[in-house]
Design a protein around this ligand. Structure first.
Ligand SMILES: [Fe+2]
Length: 181
């Protein structure tokens, strides 16, 4: 499976959305692979981590985010479930779950209900080690064109998660303890 070829099947190389998506996804993949290679106390599927990190945001073109070159109709929050649909249709159900489960530090069915989020009401929480590593690495990289290429500090990640609740920060801190350099 060639993740770049798969991205290029769904995006025009040369488009704004593809340029942003590829740079972001490569940064996330590099960090996720570095995390996976550092873990010595367990076995991690490093090849899968790289592929899933490169594909985790494949659903963004369905969303309405003009600054990312995405002219879809859906709220940005839906890029995870659309990514899941795309990758399931490609016969990649395990990669598909990474798309669905990587939003923030993950979303529970209870949160989706309580906050009336435009998502199906089911748990979308990163469960496997590989899912957690990709989700962790993603938190350090924005797709905002003004910040593209820059890695956020752990403190910046904490600050942005704190807006969604201290429980989110606690999940990040647990991962940072385990996955941080
Ligand atoms: Fe991402």
């Amino acid at each position: 499976m060639d993740p770049i070829a798969l991205l290029e099947k769904h995006y025009s190389p040369g488009s704004t959305s593809y340029r942003i998506l590829l740079q972001h996804s490569e940064q996330v993949a590099n960090k996720a692979v570095a995390v996976a290679n550092r873990l010595t106390d367990t076995t991690v599927d490093v090849k899968f981590v790289r592929e899933a990190a490169l594909l985790h945001d494949i659903g963004i073109f369905f969303t309405a985010v003009p600054q990312l070159g995405c002219q879809g109709k859906l709220p940005y929050l839906c890029h995870g479930i659309k990514g899941r649909e795309i990758l399931e249709a490609e016969g990649l159900p395990r990669h598909a779950l990474v798309c669905e489960r990587h939003i923030g530090v993950g979303l529970s069915a209870e949160e989706i209900l309580r906050q009336d989020l435009p998502l199906p009401m089911r748990d979308m929480l990163p469960i496997s080690l590989e899912e957690q590593i990709v989700t962790y690495a993603d938190l350090f990289f924005s797709k905002n064109p003004a910040k593209l290429g820059l890695e956020r500090s752990a403190d910046k990640v904490r600050k942005s998660l704190a807006r969604h609740g201290e429980d989110k920060v606690a999940v990040f801190d647990e991962w940072h303890e385990r996955f941080g350099a």
